[in-house]
Design a protein around this ligand. Structure first.
Ligand SMILES: [Zn+2]
Ligand SMILES: [Zn+2]
Length: 361
């Protein structure tokens, strides 16, 4: 049976190591010359993250870290003394600020006295968000969720969870090395290009190595899940979905289709262009359904049915609200809908007359 056998192909993508196959957590597996795939557990519904260990001369370059949890620190400690052969981590690259990716950055950099390489908006935003831990919810955030249509009880639930982000992030270093879009860095004598993307997080960095035909995609491109793209209370008028769609198209234009994509969740795959097109189209279809629904005025929370197949529960409510607002703000930016604040203080969204839909291009 060749490697293109049917069980390795799903949804138009080819999984060379198999669909649903992954190395055992904590046991690195070589996916390309000197590039190792490390699975780490996550205590969430999405129960794992993929991290990457890159041989780098007399040491290692790591990409992403896992969450700041004792179990994860223990797995790293074993790897540092065992698998890594006592060679030091010379550099830590972090794709973006989310706790599953950045959680142990401060801990690893402290242990090896090595630099943290990260895009500037990720570093600064992460520093800002960890400050929320232990503080009360700002009024602006309450007003934001009230306007979206959350009930008092749902806002109370949010209040209790506020500040969770910082709890899974070890104190970041005070200084870092900035990663910039399109810059080329050298790892183990090979060139890797940094490609930034926006929308899932403010300045997400992916890495592309032409010599190995590899892309370490972070959360920018995942094979079967669409990364969360949300509006947050700190920037209610933000339009992260437009930025996300532009980023997906940019990467599709820059990178070849036949690279092996190493994503942060699920399995490595080939079919970058197909996947990026699927992601773009799924958002566009979502916005089409949303537009249809808005024939009559609706609150953001009344629009979930247009975007999500699964039922929204208290755990997913804020994320679903943020993602729905991202689609609504994108439609607002395209002048397809308008927003009106009701006398009840909540925001209602509705279609603009058809003519405006075609005014755009
Ligand atoms: Zn993420
Ligand atoms: Zn992630």
């Amino acid at each position: 049976m060749d490697s293109q056998s049917d069980e390795n192909i799903a949804g138009g993508l080819h999984y060379p190591h198999g669909l649903n196959w992954a190395p055992e957590p904590g046991k690195p597996f070589e996916v390309a010359d000197g590039v190792y795939w490390l699975r780490m557990p996550l205590p969430m519904k999405l129960d794992h993250i993929n991290l990457w260990l890159l041989e780098d001369g007399d040491g290692w370059t790591l990409v992403d870290t896992g969450m700041n949890l004792e179990d994860i620190q223990d797995i790293w400690t074993d790897l540092f003394t065992g698998f890594c052969g006592g060679k030091p981590v010379k550099r830590l690259i972090v794709t973006h600020m989310h706790p599953d990716h950045t959680g142990l950055a401060g801990w690893i950099c402290q242990r090896f006295d090595c630099p943290l390489w990260m895009a500037r908006e990720e570093f600064l935003m992460c520093k800002m968000l960890v400050q929320d831990t232990g503080k009360p919810v700002p009024d602006a955030a309450i007003r934001f969720y009230q306007a979206a249509g959350l009930t008092d009880e749902q806002i109370d639930h949010y209040r209790k969870r506020f500040g969770w982000f910082g709890r899974f992030i070890y104190r970041l270093p005070d200084a870092y090395r900035r990663l910039m879009d399109r810059e080329t860095i050298s790892i183990n004598g090979r060139y890797w290009q940094i490609i930034t993307g926006h929308g899932h997080s403010p300045e997400h960095a992916s890495l592309y190595c032409p010599a190995l035909r590899l892309m370490i995609s972070g959360d920018q491109v995942l094979p079967r899940i669409t990364p969360n793209v949300s509006v947050f209370p700190s920037e209610p008028q933000g339009d992260p979905l437009s930025e996300w769609l532009v980023s997906c198209a940019k990467i599709r234009g820059l990178l070849p289709d036949d690279v092996l994509v190493l994503p942060s969740h699920q399995e490595p795959f080939i079919g970058l262009h197909t996947r990026l097109t699927q992601i773009i189209e799924s958002h566009e279809r979502g916005m089409d359904r949303l537009y249809e629904l808005l024939e009559v005025p609706k609150l953001a929370v009344e629009c979930f049915g247009a975007l999500f197949k699964s039922k929204i529960n208290p755990q997913t409510l804020n994320m679903a609200t943020g993602e729905t607002l991202a689609h609504l703000n994108c439609l607002l930016g395209r002048k397809m809908i308008f927003r009106k604040r009701g006398e009840d203080g909540r925001d209602y969204y509705q279609q603009l007359p058809d003519a405006c839909k075609y005014d755009l291009d």
